[in-house]
Design a protein around this ligand. Structure first.
Ligand code: ZN
Length: 93
């Protein structure tokens, strides 16, 4: 389950996160850059989806259409590496 980046509590997402949705635990906006899976400080406009305009307040709700809740991309990548390592180990037999 995706987590709120501000309080690290798991957030139950029904269907999808709306612009007005807040974290039930800490009250932070869920529909903001910091909570988005595409947020990336190293990318253009800090977004991997190459949004056309820069969203100034990364911690405030925005109307970005690319928004996708869940900053677990990093964890997913780490898991992929684990899976790959496991597969490599299998095939090395
Ligand atoms: Zn929270």
């Amino acid at each position: 389950m995706p987590k709120c980046v501000f309080c690290q509590k798991e957030v139950e997402v029904v269907d999808r996160v709306g612009v007005r949705d807040d974290c039930n635990n800490c009250g932070s906006s869920l529909h903001c850059c910091l909570q988005c899976e595409f947020y990336d400080v190293g990318s253009f406009h800090e977004c991997r989806e190459r949004v056309e305009y820069r969203i100034e307040h990364k911690d405030k709700a925005n109307y970005c259409e690319m928004f996708h809740f869940g900053r677990n991309a990093v964890e997913t990548l780490a898991d992929k590496d684990k899976v790959k390592a496991a597969l490599d180990a299998l095939f090395k037999k």
